[in-house]
Write a protein that binds this ligand. Structure first.
Ligand SMILES: N#[N+]C[C@@H]1[C@@H](O)[C@H](O)[C@@H](O)[C@@H]2O[C@H]12
Length: 449
């Protein structure tokens, strides 16, 4: 009997992912400007238990020991984000040397330990100074973002070889401007499309800036949640297309094809402008890869009362779900990787985030009971990546979300995604069983699956 080999290509990259505001702490240290998530989380009622990122995982001060843990895990790469307001406290203009200095120390330490640094320029933590000037609603932000990008490209492109402009712009537009559940906390049908468009214009401007000075690779990280109709009824199928366009194609489509999905006018109505063709052409800058963040799928039904999509998820009973209430559905990762390949011209893809939240209580003895479902989540989803690769998808790497338990945005510290447990009272790190499992996957290049 031939054992199906799960081995990945020799140059396949295994890593973990985090983001600045979720793990660093010290958000205002050493001259950093305030970011919108600091202001949002310090606004009562916005975050579970009114928690915030003032300390988080204290990574700003503990990065050296955290990198030691990465080394012990055998990580080959580490995906982090750069906090815009550490580099440019006012968002534009004056550069903060101490902010650059922190990332310099982080990058150099990673390289010393043989771990590839891969950086995301924007992971939701917009400088407040720019939010106060309109933020993603101000067309000037494309230039502001390009200037910020240039300042870090110049400093780090000799050591960082994989860049991403934006992380999950859908979350910023949908949660931050449409529904108000994320910073900056707006709830407007008219603002969300403007934020979408300026996010993508900023992406295009940063890619153009990179092409002028950069020597390596730059891409866009999108969250894609494949949508499956709850029935074959025309209403459910139409609702599924609306939901799929609004989450899964609103950002990748202009970036890769130079057009917005036509369903967005059906979703936003008169709130969806006729964007100038020149804008969309500027957004469509050739990129070197797509970063895919995958967690789950959605089964969708028509729901006329669900604003503004007129679509609602249908919970799949009798199957496993994570602490987020997300169905465990590894087939959706294979389907999504094949969908990107077939629809967008087979671009190189990195799975830039994949992981699961489970409770993982610490015992009185100080052990951590890693829910065995997290190991199974990683096992089945990494196999799903391999299935897609066997079907011809050009996947270059996989980054587990997340290296550490961390600040889960509006859910505060109530959800644990880490393969390393963090005791927030003591900042003690404890590798979970899933860390041991993932370390074995890396060491065997997937053969242990
Ligand atoms: N929720 N959830 C977990 C995870 C979030 O913590 C990341 O910051 C996002 O990039 C993406 O939403 C995924």
């Amino acid at each position: 009997m031939t054992v199906p080999t799960n081995r990945f290509p020799d140059d396949f990259v295994w890593g973990c992912a985090t983001s600045a505001y979720q793990i660093e702490g010290s958000p205002l240290a050493d001259g950093a400007g305030m970011n919108v998530w600091h202001r949002f989380s310090h606004t009562r009622g916005r975050v579970v238990n009114d928690e915030n990122g003032d300390i988080a995982c204290d990574h700003y001060r503990r990065y050296e020991s955290d990198i030691e843990l990465m080394k012990q895990l055998g990580l080959q790469a580490y995906r982090f984000s750069i906090a815009w307001s550490r580099i440019l406290p006012e968002g534009t203009g004056r550069v903060n040397p101490a902010g650059l200095g922190f990332y310099e120390r982080l990058v150099d330490r990673l390289l010393e330990k043989g771990i590839q640094p891969t950086a995301t320029l924007f992971h939701w933590d917009l400088p407040v100074a720019l939010d106060d000037r309109g933020g993603w609603l101000n067309r000037d932000i494309a230039g502001w973002f390009a200037d910020y990008a240039e300042s870090v490209f110049r400093r780090f492109d000799d050591r960082i070889k994989l860049w991403a402009t934006l992380n999950e712009p859908w979350v910023v537009s949908d949660n931050g401007y449409l529904h108000g559940t994320a910073a900056p906390g707006h709830r407007s049908l008219f603002e969300a499309p403007i934020a979408t468009h300026n996010l993508m214009r900023a992406h295009g401007a940063a890619v153009q800036a990179y092409r002028a000075t950069g020597r390596h690779q730059i891409g866009l990280v999108v969250n894609i949640e494949p949508k499956y109709p709850a029935s074959t009824s025309s209403e459910d199928v139409a609702a599924t297309r609306r939901a799929e366009a609004q989450m899964n194609r609103q950002f990748i489509e202009p970036a890769m094809l130079g057009r917005y999905p036509e369903e967005l006018r059906d979703v936003f109505g008169e709130a969806w402008p006729d964007w100038p063709a020149s804008d969309v052409e500027q957004i469509r800058q050739p990129i070197d890869f797509i970063g895919l963040n995958y967690y789950t799928r959605a089964v969708v039904r028509n729901d006329p009362g669900a604003w503004p999509l007129r679509a609602a998820p249908v919970r799949q009973s009798q199957v496993a779900h994570t602490e987020m209430g997300w169905e465990v559905f590894p087939q959706g990762l294979t389907d999504t990787l094949l969908w990107i390949k077939d629809r967008y011209g087979a671009p190189p893809i990195y799975v830039t985030e994949n992981g699961a939240a489970f409770a993982d209580p610490a015992t009185a003895a100080g052990d951590v009971l890693d829910d065995p479902r997290r190991v199974e989540y990683f096992r089945t989803h990494i196999r799903a990546v391999h299935d897609a690769m066997r079907a011809g998808v050009d996947v270059r790497g996989y980054f587990a979300w997340s290296m550490l338990d961390n600040f889960e945005w509006a859910l505060g510290y109530s959800k644990r995604f880490g393969i390393i447990h963090v005791d927030y009272a003591t900042q003690k790190r404890t590798p979970k069983a899933s860390a041991t499992f993932y370390s074995g996957v890396i060491a065997s290049n997937g053969a242990v699956l």
